[in-house]
Ligand binder design. Structure first.
Ligand SMILES: Cc1ncc(COP(=O)(O)O)c(C=O)c1O
Length: 388
């Protein structure tokens, strides 16, 4: 007898986590593994953020907060959105959630009814389609082209719309491709969304990890009409090395914000109270650790790009943000899981198979790891590719 709900029958466990776990097990067993699997920064949370959390804990910040989070944190977020993104939100439009993953899940749950369609450009972050399915809605996966920088075009968006389309999910900078949408690309997409009142779910978790002179643009900042259709998601995990703190947030039109707070009030109640004090310090405190981390990541990014460009039989786009390369392995002639398995067992290099992101002819390499590991790992990666 199957005791589990049908709701979960077709939901795949997170593949990005499983590869990292396997590499970690091999490392724990004493094997010399170079892991490009990391989905989180390789630095610790800055001290002043930890200190604010510890102080809050010592001062008794150990009870529930409002479902949508501490007012002081929501004010700090509203201020951040104004200063960084040109977005004016009332505190009532902001919800603090248990990680940006939870923010995205809340947002999908708040907007989508069973049977609604959600447009997801592929390659996508691994959890989007599963979250949509968990809400009873239907993911409509739209393949993007490496030649177009793995970005959804307004035409592709329009061609995949139906009467049931309720939402489109955008992720700029993108995990897994590092791609970023320009203002004109966002304007074209927004115009299509406006034509049929499609809700835009904009995942901006990598906003602070942007390199060179590329500008991050929040799609909600394009106009009041676009803002009225957009849920902006952001968080603390990547910019402030706070993945374990589980804090993210949504900024949304009033009605959607109220629905998000309602969903949260009946699931997690609120995010962890003392962690929220750390998040206030993250936003209001010294940004030097973030700037240092970005510089370090940029140095690794440039190194990897020059190496990957010289490896025979693979291609990649230059990532403008986040900390990943999506490498096209089609010419090698192996599918992504087979490629990743062989690479790990023969050369002890861990990469994430692209099938986790909807593309079986790619693998993702994270550069949230030391330059030494990157150098050695790429030597082995190159040897492996050359053997085909
Ligand atoms: C694109 C994207 N969105 C959201 C998240 C979730 O972030 P959090 O750790 O805040 O839940 C991640 C984490 O890997 C991500 O890559």
């Amino acid at each position: 007898m199957d005791l589990t709900a049908e709701r979960l029958a077709n939901i795949a466990p997170s593949m990005t986590l499983s590869v990292t776990n396997r590499a970690a097990e091999m490392k724990a067993a004493g094997e010399d593994v170079c892991s490009f699997g990391a989905g989180e920064p390789d630095t610790d949370t800055p001290d002043h953020i930890k200190a604010a959390c510890i102080a809050a804990l010592e001062q008794g910040a150990t009870k529930y907060t409002a479902a949508a989070g501490l007012p002081a944190l929501r004010e700090a977020i509203a201020n951040k959105l104004m200063v960084d993104n040109g977005l004016e939100y009332d505190v009532s439009q902001i919800s603090v959630n248990c990680g940006a993953k939870h923010s995205l899940f809340n947002a999908i749950l708040a907007v989508c009814d069973p049977g609604d369609e959600v447009i997801i450009p592929s390659p996508y972050w691994t959890s989007y389609p599963e979250m949509v399915r968990l809400a009873g809605a239907v993911p409509v996966i739209v393949e993007t082209d490496e030649k177009n920088g793995w970005k959804l075009t307004a035409e592709q968006f329009e061609d995949n719309m139906s009467i049931k389309t309720k939402m489109v999910i955008l992720n700029s900078p993108s995990n897994p491709t590092g791609a970023m949408y320009s203002r004109s690309e966002l304007e074209a997409i927004a115009e299509v969304a406006l034509s049929e009142d499609i809700v835009i779910l904009s995942d901006e978790i990598y906003e602070k990890l942007v390199y060179g002179d590329t500008e991050h643009i929040s799609i909600a900042s394009l106009s009041q009409e676009v803002k009225d259709l957009t849920i902006t998601v952001n968080g603390f995990s990547k910019a402030y090395s706070m993945t374990g703190w589980r804090l993210g947030y949504t900024a949304a039109p009033e009605k959607i914000a109220a629905a998000i707070a309602k969903a949260q009030s009946h699931s997690t109640s609120a995010p962890t109270t003392f962690a929220q004090y750390g998040a206030i310090a993250a936003l209001m405190g010294d940004q030097a650790p973030l700037n240092d981390m970005r510089e370090e990541l940029d140095m690794r990014r440039k190194y990897m790009l020059s190496r990957l460009n010289r490896i025979h039989n693979v291609t990649t786009i230059e990532p403008k943000g986040a900390f990943y390369f999506l490498v096209n392995i089609r010419k090698i002639g192996l599918k992504s899981v087979n490629f990743a398995d062989k690479l790990l067992s023969r050369y002890k290099v861990a990469v994430v198979p692209g099938i986790a992101f909807g593309n079986d002819y790619t693998v993702r390499l994270s550069y949230a790891t030391s330059l030494d590991v990157i150098k050695e790992g790429l030597d082995r990666f190159e040897d492996f590719c050359r053997s085909y």
